[in-house]
Write a protein that binds this ligand. Structure first.
Ligand SMILES: *Cc1c(COP(=O)(O)O)cnc(C)c1O
Length: 505
């Protein structure tokens, strides 16, 4: 059925329909701001920004102090991850308001959060409450969405390597599936033939528009592994035929953006997919494609506390570039990840030692490659801002000193920041890695058997005091042993090729 995003077994309709008065969207409008590079390295001392950005910084400062005061951070807990619940709610509201402002009245819109950005069940539950769905790309992510109570009608499955069993399960649940390639479409053919399906089914296409500034994240290159490459010889005609032959195919999907991709390129990708939908519907002679999934990929400003670009800016750009997308004939699905969560996460680590090497000041902290893997291995692409806090969790004052902020892992490159100017970090202080709510601390990397830090959500209570809720318990050393084969300690010594005597026999 066409307008799937609206249907919701919980009776809690998704899309712009329920985003009106009750949720008070007007009050949470996105606070547009200019990208403001002046804030680089300054942490809490930033130049101009919108009101809600300023409030987010104040909440973060309060949370770091409260985390120290309440013992979340301390001798036994050297690194924690904090999530700003108020900020996440505001971003979800801003996303909904941005598209509500540009679609024809009554157009169903499903904003499916890309679970890979922050795969934490309580985060998905919070987003569900804010009217957001889930884009999943593995059995694990689907299980997380289900554990959060995400309804199938708000779930979209997109992985490039779906097995027959995964496809069968998705169809049994009624989850939307975007087929990545012709072979996957053949698997769907067989399933639809044998069991039928309530799932909205679509095809992912790659408009092959070229790369952004980060090669590893550029999904729309000529040779990208994702989707049907539209400009390859015969591919466009193949896609049109695929829809003509399958009356049950009702969606087109593309995801051309990501960090480092300019908005104009993203808009061109959406325009290409819209034009293809128009062509297919024209040739079939009816509006068989009723939903366009425009993917996610809005870049995040990691240079300062300013939210830029905003969802409102992107939605307005899309309306200018692809007006037909918003005339009410197509339901919309979006799949934003990083832009919803990045600015609402902070990793805070104790400074264990402060030293000097070759004239460079180095703060040795407990946050490094295990929580900020991309930054450590690709620092040029993923610079992080560090904010300094003192031993009591108060913003660190003093003249800016160029310093490195190092992690605890045993290799030289384990640096959260290189040559960043901030008040000199001293032993017992805290270093906060800002804008780490997406693709960071929930993507633990087990180097040196470093433990996964606890993740805590925070919000002010009625009296303005910061209260915390556990999102994920810190990993214990016992758990590390268990996950490292602790139950199979003699598994290898018991394996012996015939004729090889035990060395001690
Ligand atoms: C990763 C991904 C997204 C989310 O991308 P962000 O850059 O985090 O917004 C959306 N859709 C698909 C198919 C993805 O692979």
């Amino acid at each position: 059925m066409a307008r799937e995003p609206q249907a919701d077994p919980t009776g809690d309709t998704v899309g712009n329909d329920d985003s009106g008065g009750a949720r008070g969207f007007g009050a949470h409008g996105p606070s547009a701001g200019r990208p403001d590079r002046a804030g680089v390295g300054g942490g809490t001392h930033v130049g101009s920004r919108g009101g809600s950005d300023t409030e987010r910084v104040a909440r973060r400062d309060d949370a770091v102090r409260a985390a120290v005061e309440q013992g979340l951070l301390g001798p036994g807990a050297r690194v924690v991850a904090l999530l700003d619940v108020t900020g996440i709610r505001e971003s979800a509201a801003a996303l909904r308001a941005a598209f509500d402002a540009v679609v024809a009245p009554g157009t169903p819109v499903l904003h499916a959060f890309a679970v890979k950005a922050t795969p934490l069940v309580p985060v998905l539950r919070l987003l569900r409450e804010e009217g957001i769905g889930a884009e999943v790309a593995s059995p694990g992510e689907l299980a997380l969405a289900r554990a959060a109570g995400m309804p199938p009608s708000r779930t979209v499955l997109d992985s490039p390597a779906k097995t027959p069993a995964e496809l069968r399960e998705a169809l049994a649940f009624g989850i939307a599936v975007n087929a990545d390639n012709p072979q996957e479409l053949e698997r769907l053919d067989a399933l639809v033939r044998s069991a039928g399906s309530r799932s909205p089914l679509g095809v992912r296409v790659n408009p092959q528009l070229g790369a952004g500034s980060i090669e590893a994240l550029s999904t729309a290159t000529a040779t990208s592994k994702f989707g049907v490459a539209l400009r390859d010889e015969g591919a466009r005609e193949w896609v049109v035929r695929a829809f003509m032959d399958r009356p049950w195919l009702s969606r087109l999907h593309t995801h051309t953006g990501s960090q480092g991709i300019p908005l104009s390129l993203m808009a061109r990708g959406v325009a290409e997919v819209h034009a293809l939908a128009e062509e297919i519907n024209r040739r079939i002679g009816r509006p068989q494609i009723d939903t366009i999934d425009i993917g996610g990929g809005l870049p995040v400003n990691f240079g300062s506390d300013v939210t830029a670009p905003t969802y409102a800016q992107y939605a307005r750009l899309l309306r200018e570039a692809v007006p037909g997308l918003f005339d009410g004939r197509y339901a919309l699905v979006t799949e934003f990840g990083r832009s919803l969560l990045a600015k609402h996460g902070t990793v805070v680590a104790r400074v264990e030692y402060a030293k000097s090497a070759g004239g460079r000041r180095v703060a040795v902290t407990h946050a490094g490659v295990q929580v900020a893997t991309r930054t450590v291995y690709a620092p040029e692409s993923w610079p992080l801002r560090i904010a300094g806090y003192d031993a009591k969790g108060r913003p660190k004052q003093g003249p800016a000193v160029v310093q490195d902020v190092a992690g605890p892992a045993c290799f030289a490159g384990d640096l959260l920041a290189r040559g960043q100017a901030l008040p000199l970090l001293e032993q017992g202080d805290h270093a906060a890695a800002l804008d780490t709510g997406a693709y960071c601390f929930a993507h633990h990397y087990a180097y040196n058997s470093l433990a996964r830090p606890g993740v805590y959500g925070f919000a002010p209570d009625d009296g303005g005091r910061t209260v915390f809720a556990t999102v994920r318990e810190p990993q214990t050393v016992e758990e590390i042993v268990a996950e490292s084969g602790g139950a199979h300690a003699s598994a290898l010594t018991h394996l012996r090729a015939p004729g090889h005597a035990h060395p001690h026999e």
